[in-house]
Design a protein. Structure first.
Length: 407
């Protein structure tokens, strides 16, 4: 934990306006959770002794079996990252041509498809929600559409029932980008078994961390077999390929870290939920600020904690608060501003980006805050004190610093 400076008493104390920074070292969104490093070193040492370092070794197999067991799915296939995982899953599900994706997501969801020559078609989120609006499917579908990639943003599941009903109406494949959703549930059911496949990320910044990695989960035996071949250069037998493949294999070192992270999972969830509750408590009654992340009842891993700032009510816009916090060494993020449809290469498509009002409005107002095992209640209270102070002194800050950094 980092040293914390004194609370702000006048606006001149804000680092943005020349005061000392609140934190001595930066607080990041996405600081890795480490787990028991002795256990990690023991696993790495076993792998070195075996001299089996990749290609589906025993640690990868153990990692896959534990994931499948936890999620209650028939197959979990480990991959080297979720971006490659999305490509393999989309190809295994038969997607090509146009694929409908939400614009309120990380750029990798669309980039994975674009890189394979597919055309991501951007859908808006449902009003008042974070995930794709299933009503968008009927609006966006064309004769070239072959699939939908839903995204469980910040671990909050999409409306899979409505999406899959729309997919059936138009004969589309459905996969889910579950990069944020490991160990989250839709009611009683764990995320992992919906659509043709779901894809998790285990990058270092994620809740379960395998240094870098991911997994494709599915209950479909034939699809799992296709994934198996696709992640291994297209090989069906050791000297026979059945089509184009890629190297999507996870290494034993990644699986060692992933297993160590799974061991620590209950403690990490507890920390994340305690942090989310601390943010909810600390932000109560702050005008214009709403927490977006769910509580314990929602069975979410709470790896992301996000606030929505209504600048009209708060009297200060999200971008100014972003700059205030960055100056204090709190490196909050504007995920997912301005929406992937407004990022290149999509923004320069002929006709310009489509208007997606709910995605754009949320993108203008969201602030993702630091959480995970690198942050505790003391840091959270200090971060929210700065936010509360800034909103209370919005006018004076505006007068001293009229222009915020554009997002
Ligand atoms: N789909 C969705 C919906 C996703 O959100 C993502 C990734 C993917 C697919 C693709 O998954 P992978 O192919 O990566 O498995 C960060 C994450 O790096 C990225 O994985 C994540 N989504 C996204 C939401 O956030 P950036 O570019 O905004 O931040 P980055 O990587 O610079 O890291 C954030 C902060 O974390 C840094 O300020 C420092 C800290 N950090 C990071 C790493 C890697 C550390 O302290 N230690 C570390 O080892 O993307």
């Amino acid at each position: 934990m980092t040293a914390i400076g004194p609370a702000k008493r006048s606006i001149g104390d804000l680092a943005l306006l020349g005061g000392p920074a609140l934190f001595a070292t930066p607080l990041h969104v996405g600081r890795p959770n480490i787990g028991d490093r002795e256990r990690l070193f023991a696993r790495l040492s076993e792998a070195l002794d075996r001299r089996v370092l990749t290609n589906g070794g025993p640690l990868v197999q153990e990692f896959e079996a534990r994931i499948a067991g936890m999620l209650g799915v028939r197959h979990a296939l480990a991959v080297n990252n979720a971006t490659i995982g999305l490509q393999i899953a989309a190809r295994a599900a038969g997607m090509r041509g146009e694929v409908i994706v939400p614009a309120f997501t990380f750029v990798a969801t669309a980039g994975a498809l674009e890189w394979m020559g597919m055309e991501p078609v951007f859908a808006d989120i449902r009003p008042g929600a974070l995930t794709i609006d299933p009503a968008e499917i009927d609006r966006l579908v064309t004769p070239r559409t072959t699939g939908i990639v839903g995204v469980h943003v910040w671990g909050i599941p999409c409306d899979t029932t409505a999406l899959e009903a729309a997919a059936r109406r138009h004969d589309l494949a459905v996969i889910y980008d579950a990069a944020h959703a490991f160990a989250c549930a839709h009611g009683e059911r764990m995320v992992g078994g919906s659509g043709q496949a779901e894809v998790f990320s285990f990058l270092a910044t994620k809740f379960v961390n395998a240094f870098a990695g991911g997994a494709i989960t599915t209950d479909d035996d034939a699809l799992a077999e296709r994934v198996e071949g696709l992640r291994n250069f297209g090989f069906e037998e050791y000297d026979r390929t059945v089509g184009p493949g890629i190297n999507g294999k996870m290494s034993e070192a990644s699986a060692a870290m992933g297993l160590t992270s799974l061991d620590a999972l209950p403690a990490i969830v507890d920390t994340n939920l305690a942090n989310a509750a601390a943010y909810a408590r600390a932000t109560e009654g702050i005008p214009g600020l709403t927490m977006l992340t769910p509580d314990r009842a929602a069975r979410c891993n709470a790896q992301y904690v996000a606030a929505r700032i209504d600048g009209h009510v708060a009297g200060i816009d999200r971008d100014t608060l972003h700059d205030v916090l960055h100056a204090e060494q709190v490196l909050v993020r504007r995920y997912f501003h301005p929406g992937v449809h407004r990022l290149e290469p999509y923004a320069s498509r002929p006709g310009g980006p489509p208007s997606l009002p709910h995605t754009e409005a949320l993108g203008r107002e969201v602030l993702v805050l630091p959480t995970g095992t690198a942050v505790g209640t003391t840091e959270i209270d200090a971060i929210i004190d700065v936010l509360r102070f800034s909103i209370a002194h919005a006018q004076a800050i505006g007068a001293r610093r009229p222009a915020a950094t554009p997002g």
